[in-house]
Design a binder for this molecule. Structure first.
Ligand SMILES: Nc1ncnc2c1ncn2[C@@H]1O[C@H](COP(=O)(O)OP(=O)(O)OP(=O)(O)O)[C@@H](O)[C@H]1O
Ligand SMILES: O=C(O)[C@H](O)COP(=O)(O)O
Length: 407
């Protein structure tokens, strides 16, 4: 059983809140998109309005990446979104950070520096070992409680996610709570249950497909995007050099064998595209799989109309649909049809759940709305959709005794 903000006596309490604001970054190293920050406004406002003092912890990017930047601009943006002053300190657990946290008054908020500026935070530990890291030792003395709202990072076993809840009374924030409510009960959703796997993360999608087919969670798996292309090749279709080279360059060539094994084991429940769209003379041009390979240099960039008809027929009987990854290269207007139509059809199904940060952004751009739930998580959502536990969630479940709630 995980405690929530309803169980926390907030007034006068100093709370470390782990959020996931890992976002696209502009050339000047500042935040380019605030969607992930906006998701955490409810949790942070509630804590501040209930008289808490909040120290925000988060990572941004990965060491070596162009988006591995300070959280200064995140703090600025958060101040606007929360409509109150938000401090920022360029330290995470040093004396300067502790001083900034101790200086908070009730209703005060400080953003600490990118947790991954410290090497331990980019390692995976078991919770007990994570509790003995510098970050946890440095922050524990100035925090009374810990709130984890970072569902999108909950598949990582890193100190700020599993170490702090080992030593502090711990609670799920509002984002975490709602994600767990929906994604934690996939097994309880009504069947027939259809998984739609698109996008470009082929290995992850094949893992999900294995798991949900093996566990009997999926009545059908519909493939699209690069995932669909890999399954077509695994099924013996010649997609031509452009698509094959792309799959090879992305490091997914070995996945073709895994896809073939999956087709051998569960082929009757896996649906493959019946046609694809390529760019020909500058326009979208659809080709049935029997007409493949496409011309020189033509890559399969989207699913076509006959695939959409086929998938719509399967979806017509579904009670629950779980979707991850776009059906095509939605960044190019000519190849948005598959994603817009397939996801649009899914909104008519009683329970429709979307996972994947890029997918959520694509749907916003395409104006497709009306799902039962759009997850803030990419990798974390995928893992939950296979009904597997997440280390940061387990850490919350095992967190120590907590003080009584406000009333
Ligand atoms: N047929 C295709 N060929 C090449 N790329 C494709 C194709 N179909 C989809 N894509 C690409 O897949 C990418 C998105 O896939 P991805 O798996 O990263 O989505 P996601 O799961 O929503 O993301 P995340 O897990 O990062 O939140 C897009 O950039 C899109 O252009
Ligand atoms: O964007 C995400 O999926 C999360 O913030 C986790 O980031 P990571 O994959 O770099 O650990």
């Amino acid at each position: 059983m995980i405690a929530t903000l309803d169980d926390l006596d907030v007034e006068g309490t100093t709370v470390g809140v782990r959020v996931d604001v890992n976002s696209p970054i502009d050339d000047d190293d500042t935040l380019a998109d605030d969607a992930r920050l906006r998701a955490h406004v409810d949790t942070l406002s509630e804590l501040l309005e209930r008289g808490g003092q909040v120290a925000v912890l988060a990572h941004q990017g990965r060491p070596g990446g162009d988006d591995f930047v300070s959280l200064a601009s995140h703090a600025d943006r958060l101040s606007t979104l929360l409509d109150r002053p938000v401090d920022y300190v360029d330290a995470t657990f040093s004396e300067a950070a502790r001083e900034a946290v101790r200086d908070l008054s009730n209703g005060g908020c400080v953003v600490l520096e990118n947790t991954r500026f410290y090497s331990e935070e980019y390692m995976e530990f078991d919770p007990e070992r994570a509790a003995r890291t510098h970050l946890v030792a440095g922050l524990e003395p100035v925090l009374d409680a810990y709130v984890n709202d970072a569902f999108a990072a909950a598949h990582r076993s890193q100190p700020s996610l599993v170490g702090l809840p080992s030593v502090l009374p711990s609670y799920a924030g509002r984002v975490m709570e709602s994600e767990l409510d929906v994604l934690g009960s996939i097994e309880e959703t009504d069947a027939p249950r259809v998984y739609v796997l698109g996008g470009a993360k082929v290995s992850d999608s094949i893992d999900v497909a294995w798991s949900v087919l093996e566990k009997g969670l999926a009545d059908h798996v519909l493939t699209a995007g690069v995932v669909g292309n890999v399954f077509l090749i695994a099924d013996g279709v010649d997609l031509g050099d452009a698509s094959s080279d792309f799959i090879y360059d992305q490091g997914y060539w070995d996945e073709i064998d895994r896809a073939a094994d999956l087709l051998d084991a569960y082929g009757d429940r896996i649906a493959l595209p019946r046609d694809v769209a390529v760019a020909r003379d500058g326009d979208r041009h659809e080709l049935g799989v029997n007409a493949l390979p496409p011309g020189d240099g033509e890559a399969a960039m989207d699913i076509g109309e006959s695939t959409l008809d086929y998938y719509r027929r399967i979806l017509a009987d579904a009670e629950t649909v779980i979707l991850n990854g776009p059906a095509g290269v939605f960044e190019d207007e000519r190849f948005q049809t598959g994603t817009r139509e397939l996801y649009g059809t899914a909104t008519d199904i009683p329970t429709s759940i979307v996972g994947g940060g890029d997918t959520a952004a694509a749907l916003r751009t395409l104006g497709v709305e009306g799902f039962s739930h759009v997850s803030t998580g990419g990798g974390a959502a995928l893992r939950m959709l296979t009904a597997e536990s997440l280390p940061a969630v387990t850490a919350l479940e095992n967190a120590p005794q907590r003080p009584a709630a406000d009333d």
